[in-house]
Design a protein around this ligand. Structure first.
Ligand code: GFB
Length: 301
C-alpha cells in the first residue's frame, strides 16, 4: 500500500526514473539479493516502504515474526544502501515505536523513554533499530539517512484480511459484508474506547516527497492527521460510509491495545507540510475502491 502510493506521488511530482520492486521480485530478507539489487540499479535515493505489517491481531499473535522480518528488512535495505554508496535514504516506521503511555500528542523526543505496547512490541523494536541505524550512519558516516513515523494508515491498496488487518479496512469489510448479506449485527473488537489517528496513504506519500526535497531534514519526523478518533466513533463513521444498517456488538475478549496514540505533528507542520485528506473524504474514497476491488476480485487479503 505505502510503496505503491509513494510511486504514484513520485510520478505526479515529475520523478520519472523510479525503480520499484515488489515482494515477489525481491526478497528483502535475503541480504545477498538486496546487495545485488543495489549493485545493479545504483539508485541515488532509496525509500524503505516495505515491511511485514498487520493490525493488532496479526501483531499480537506473532511478535517473533514481526520482529525478525522487519529487523532483517531494515538492516538489509539500510546497510545495503550504505554499502552501495547511496547518499540519501528515507526510512518509514510507525508511531508504535513510542512508549505505550507516552504523553499525548506524542513528540518525537519521547522515543525510548518508556516501555512499549506489548501487542506490537516486535514490530516496534525492529522499526526503532531501523531508524537508529539511519541516525548512526548519518551522524558517523556523513550520509543523509532520515526517518518518517506515520500514524495508522489506510487507503488505496490496503489489506482487508479480517483477522490480521488493521482496524479501518477490517471495519469496511465487516460492514460491507453485513450490508450485502443483510446481517443484523457486526462484531467489532475490544471496548471501542481506545483512541487512534488515521492518515490516508496518499497524504503520507506526499509527506515522503516533501521530506525528500529538503536538503537537511530532521532525523526523525512524525506524520499524522492531527485528528483523534475513538474506535467507537470510527465504527459509526464506517457504518455511515458503507450505508450498513446493522447493529454493532463489542467483543471485549479481543485486545484494545494501546489506549491512545496521537502523534505530535508540530515539527512537520513547522517545516511547511500538512495533510489534505479529511477522514470522511478518505473513507468514502476507500469504500468506493473496496467495492470496485470486490467486483473485480482484486481485494488484497
Ligand atoms: O489497526 P489496529 O488493529 O492496531 O487497531 P493498533 C486496533 C484497535 O481497533 C484496537 C480495535 O483498539 C482494537 O480493539 N478494533 C475494533 C479492531 N474492531 C476491530 C477489528 O475488527 N479489527 C482490528 N484489527 N481492530 C497497530 C500495530 O496497532 O498499529 C501495528 O499493531 C502498527 O504494529 C499499526 O503500528 C499502525 O492501532 O492497535
Amino acid at each position: 500500500m505505502v510503496g505503491s502510493a509513494v510511486c504514484r506521488a513520485l510520478a505526479a511530482n515529475g520523478f520519472g526514473n523510479v525503480v520499484c520492486r515488489t515482494h515477489r521480485e525481491l526478497d528483502l530478507l535475503d541480504p545477498a539479493a538486496v546487495r545485488a539489487f543495489y549493485a545493479a540499479e545504483k539508485p541515488d535515493v532509496a525509500i524503505i516502504a516495505a515491511a511485514r505489517v498487520g493490525g493488532i491481531g496479526a501483531n499480537s499473535a506473532d511478535n517473533a515474526r514481526f520482529l525478525y522480518e522487519n529487523e532483517m528488512i531494515a538492516m538489509n535495505t539500510v546497510m545495503g544502501a550504505y554499502e552501495a554508496g547511496v547518499k540519501r535514504l528515507l526510512f518509514l516506521g510507525s508511531t508504535c515505536i513510542y512508549p505505550r503511555l507516552a504523553p499525548q500528542p506524542i513528540p518525537e523526543s519521547v522515543l525510548l523513554t518508556g516501555a512499549l505496547e506489548k501487542t506490537n512490541e516486535g514490530y516496534a523494536l525492529a522499526k526503532i533499530s531501523g531508524l537508529k541505524l539511519c541516525e548512526f550512519l548519518r551522524r558517523d558516516r556523513g550520509v543523509t539517512y532520515h526517518s518518517l513515523m506515520p500514524t495508522n494508515l489506510y487507503g488505496t491498496g490496503d489489506n482487508y484480511d479480517i483477522v490480521g488487518g488493521h482496524v479501518l479496512p477490517t471495519m469496511i469489510r465487516k460492514f460491507e459484508t453485513a450490508r450485502v448479506n443483510g446481517d443484523a449485527k457486526v462484531s467489532l473488537w475490544g471496548t471501542g474506547t481506545p483512541l487512534r489517528e488515521f492518515l490516508h496513504v496518499d497524504d503520507l506519500a506526499a509527506a515522503c516527497v516533501f521530506m525528500l526535497k529538503m536538503d537537511d531534514p530532521p532525523d526523525l519526523v512524525n506524520v499524522g492527521s492531527g485528528r483523534e478518533v475513538a474506535i467507537r466513533e470510527l465504527a459509526e463513521l464506517v457504518k455511515c460510509a458503507t450505508g450498513c444498517p446493522a447493529a454493532i456488538e463489542w467483543d471485549s475478549s479481543k485486545p484494545d491495545g494501546t489506549p491512545r496514540k496521537l502523534c505530535d505533528t508540530s515539527l512537520i507542520r513547522s517545516l511547511g507540510w500538512k495533510p489534505k485528506i479529511e477522514l470522511e473524504e478518505g473513507l468514502a474514497r476507500t469504500v468506493a475502491e473496496y467495492r470496485i476491488a470486490v467486483a473485480d476480485g482484486s481485494v488484497r487479503l
